[in-house]
Design a protein. Structure first.
Lengths: 314, 313
């Protein structure tokens, strides 16, 4: 038994260097950034931007995330635990637009200002629980979807048979992108959406789902994926079917892998978000909120279309 | 049958582990040993602790239940959809819990009468129940419930959140069942020596089926609390809960070989996992490192157990 104790103590001691606790008495205000996950480049970039802003503004940044993006219960636990550490502000990318609200009620009760990043809260649920966020920092996913749709209409001269790879159903981010995309392509009567299925944001599921779609609809000549990981999966499925170059692929996020694929010509375009910028603005907003400054309801972070041409430009 | 002397010493060891862990966290962060934080930990532990009750029954009987996380999801969405369709709270709860019982009975029947390995049966159920939850909801979360239902998880009595009471009540009942009833004795007997138990005239098939039904019930109760806590029933809820429950059970000293174990140990095991997660959050340890620490604690807890046992023999 003593051995077990020794082991536990040793493990905790070993994990200490990774803790960024303040030296006692430094008294720098602490801002929490709770992400959906850290195993996605998007959120890693967001953390980088947030850290730079925190260093510049002299606040201590605590970043935590659930192991899996969809684990909203774990995210709630993290928020509850962070509140216990006496944070001065909370910036969060909600894993569930409605589900996270119970945890935010606790932040409100602890008088911690809340900054919502990237994924909006469900407005009605937030209002019912009387949870008020200081601001929302994010890109307009609907506009991003429209941008992607508009690109596809132009690139195909308004004539295509399109497949859609959706994110996890019920996620505001993915739903908005899809609505934007559908609204944009609906203006071109010769564009038909032949299939639309969830691939749950994942690369391997993007591969499998798109492979199945190709079986059912061999005439598909364009695909829109609500995220690049799914698009990259679809590209592999296209290669496996020997149809590389015959199917236009438009993704979302402009990940490094996607940019490489665009440069190589296996992918057409991707909607770029600027997660580092989001992280930076989130922390700047958190600091303003701590000082009691009034913030705008929405802070929109720009979007851009990444194509082979745009990559060729310096 | 379990040897009381050994199992008490083992439990004391696990408890000391929890105390030591808490002492370390208390020394490292001023935020750990506060009443609100401890209530937090207890509440966060409740779902895993309740799922682990059924897991303990199953593992003591020499089986395994991989389907608990999916049953949490399926029971949750059944409950959620019943509430949304305007069912009164009692009948919605009955439907949710009934779903868990049905899944458990099916697991148990296939293991006993179908003579299939529990690993295979519950692996299949894990996929079936998950799929059923996704089909029923078309993959979307079900939400927007009566505030009365939400109070299951958000309400409190004397400052203590309801899930903590629910957990204590579940453990009390389950402990009595496991240690003071014939059924409980058969759970140990089946795990200790199934053939001998059968030869002594016990209906092993019937009791095994009931053991898996217990696991279905506890998963469903956990689903009720989870659904109320999230104010939403998610078909993707409960992924990997089986592993958390198995971890709590084995940290608590229940042998994967069957025939040995206790619910008090499992409760302490669940608390160790909860305290560890909470403490690592408070300390700001990165989520990647947290997984390493948790995994190492699971392995070491069981390793020490094995070494001690070999030493005694």
């Amino acid at each position: 038994m003593q051995k077990l104790i020794v082991v536990v103590v040793a493990l905790l001691a070993a994990s200490l260097p990774a803790c960024n606790r303040p030296a006692p008495g430094t008294g720098r205000p602490k801002v929490a950034l709770v992400l959906k996950t850290l195993n996605h480049p998007f959120f890693v970039d967001m953390r980088r931007g947030a850290q730079e802003a925190a260093d510049r503004l002299g606040v201590q940044l605590e970043v935590q995330a659930a192991e899996r993006e969809i684990d909203v219960e774990k995210q709630m636990q993290i928020v509850e635990n962070m509140i216990q550490t006496g944070i001065s502000a909370l910036a969060i990318t909600p894993s569930g637009s409605r589900e996270i609200i119970s945890a935010l009620v606790k932040a409100r009760d602890a008088k911690v200002p809340i900054i919502i990043v990237d994924t909006r809260l469900d407005e009605k649920a937030a209002a019912d629980a009387r949870v008020h966020a200081e601001t929302f920092v994010g890109s307009d996913n609907y506009e991003g979807g429209k941008l992607a749709g508009g690109y596809l209409v132009k690139a195909t001269n308004g004539k295509a048979r399109v497949a859609i790879l959706e994110g996890i159903p019920g996620h505001e981010t993915g739903d908005s992108r899809l609505r934007g995309f559908r609204d944009a392509v609906s203006e071109a009567p010769a564009i038909t959406i032949v299939a639309s299925q969830p691939a749950n944001w994942e690369r391997d599921q993007g591969f499998n789902v798109f492979q199945n779609m190709l079986q059912a609809h061999p005439d598909i000549n364009a695909v829109f994926a609500a995220s690049d990981l799914m698009a990259l999966g679809a590209i592999e499925a296209i290669a496996a079917a020997g149809k590389t170059g015959k199917i236009r692929v438009v993704g979302f996020d402009a990940l490094d892998d996607a940019k490489k694929a665009i440069a190589a010509g296996t992918m057409d375009a991707s909607v770029a978000q600027f997660p580092a910028e989001m992280g930076k603005i989130a922390i700047e907003s958190a600091v303003k909120a701590m000082r009691g400054e009034k913030l705008p309801l929405d802070i929109v972070v720009k979007l851009a279309m990444v194509t082979k041409d745009s990559l060729a430009k310096p | 049958m379990t040897r009381p002397g050994l199992s008490h010493a083992r439990q004391l060891g696990t408890l000391l582990g929890l105390v030591a862990l808490s002492a370390v966290l208390w020394a490292l962060t001023p935020h750990f040993l506060t009443v609100p934080n401890l209530l937090n930990v207890a509440q966060q532990t409740s779902i895993n602790a309740i799922v682990a009750i059924g897991m303990t029954f199953v593992i003591i009987s020499g089986g395994i239940d991989l389907s608990v996380g999916s049953i949490v999801a399926l029971s949750g969405v059944t409950l959620g959809m019943a509430l949304q369709n305007g069912q009164p709270l009692p009948s919605a709860l009955a439907l949710g819990v009934g779903t868990g019982v049905m899944c458990g009975l099916l697991n148990g029947a296939l293991v006993s009468w179908g003579r299939l390995p529990p690993f295979i049966v519950t692996l299949g159920m894990m996929s079936i129940a998950r799929g059923a939850a996704l089909v029923a909801t078309e993959g979307r979360p079900v939400s927007g419930f009566d505030p009365l239902f939400r109070s299951v998880a958000t309400g409190q009595l004397g400052g203590i959140p309801n899930p903590i009471f629910a957990t204590m009540a579940m453990y009390l009942v389950a402990h009595v069942v496991l240690t003071r009833t014939t059924f409980g004795r058969y759970v140990y007997a089946i795990g200790g020596n199934e053939e001998a138990t059968r030869l002594s005239g016990v209906s092993v098939r019937l009791h095994k089926t009931m053991i898996y039904a217990v696991s279905g019930v506890t998963s469903a109760v956990a689903a009720v609390i989870l659904t109320a806590r999230l104010n939403s029933a998610q078909p993707i809820a409960g992924i990997m809960y089986e592993l958390d429950a198995i971890a709590a059970t084995v940290i608590g000293g229940t042998s994967l070989m069957g025939g040995e174990g206790s619910l008090s140990g499992t409760l302490i095991g669940a608390l160790i996992m909860g305290v560890l997660r909470n403490g690592l959050n408070l300390l700001g340890v990165s989520s990647f490192l947290q997984q390493i620490v948790i995994g190492a604690v699971i392995i070491f807890a069981v390793l020490i157990d094995t070494v001690l046992k070999r030493h005694r023999n």
